[in-house]
Ligand binder design. Structure first.
Ligand code: B16
Ligand code: MG
Length: 220
């Protein structure tokens, strides 16, 4: 049986992608005078704050127009806008099936760890009322490389003292599935089967996740 489950946050536990995209779109318009295409909502999933900022600068053809300090200030400005939105999150914003899944995994003594690229993960989990349900939350500031590198999943497994190969990882982003696979954990993608074809199993929505599905996928 699997010993641990490594959870991505945005797109798996709650849907914050729409708030990220709205905040980035506002920043791009105000600071860079560009309109972000809707495809950026998916493109920035699982991508760290600073990497997202750099991708947007590239899109605006302004990669070399700002100092590191200026880039940092813009990323902080985006985060300020984003924080005002996530302040409003409640337990109603937990994605369907996730609370049941956490209950059944805990009942089977499976350890639960969060492997999110977000520095706001502890705040978001507190807002959702889920902070105490996890055994660990990996700190993205403690890892060198963002997804698709495996670092955050390796760190999340380390925090629960379990080898990643004894874990199942849950992800909604292509870069995240790649990261899980590279960590040695078994991957389950949530979303479009074609897009997430590198995952060991894909389910369309979070309500399809269950202890049985995770354990069967782990055992295959
Ligand atoms: P923050 P995940 C990711 O969360 C988001 O999908 C991504 O859009 C965001 O840029 C990243 O967190 C960093 O978030 O600015 O809050 O530190 O999917 O890895 O849970
Ligand atoms: Mg995600």
């Amino acid at each position: 049986m699997m010993k641990g489950v490594l959870f991505d946050l945005d797109g798996v536990i709650t849907d914050t992608a729409k708030f990220h995209f709205a905040a980035w779109s506002r920043l791009a318009k105000e600071e860079l005078d560009v309109e972000l295409p809707s495809s950026f909502e998916t493109e920035l999933k699982g991508v760290s704050r600073i990497d997202s900022m750099n991708r947007i600068l590239k899109f605006a053809n302004k990669t070399n127009d700002f100092s590191d300090d200026e880039v940092g200030i813009m990323a902080a400005k985006k985060n300020g806008v984003y924080l005002k939105e996530i302040e409003k999150l409640t337990s109603k914003d937990i994605l369907p099936g996730i609370e049941n899944l956490l209950d059944s995994l805990a009942a089977n003594n499976v350890l639960l760890s969060v492997a999110s690229a977000s520095k706001n993960a502890p705040f978001i989990l507190k807002k959702l009322g889920l902070f105490d349900r996890f055994d660990a939350i990996a700190n993205p500031e403690n890892v060198s490389n963002g997804k698709p590198a495996p670092d955050i999943f390796i760190e999340a497994a380390k925090q629960i003292n379990v080898d990643p190969r004894e874990c199942v990882g849950l992800e909604d982003a292509v870069a995240g599935v790649e990261a899980i696979n590279a960590s040695g954990a078994v991957s389950i993608g949530i979303g479009d089967a074609q897009e997430l074809h590198e995952a060991d199993t894909v389910v369309p929505v979070t309500s399809d996740l269950s202890f049985m599905l995770l354990d069967q996928t782990f055992g295959e």
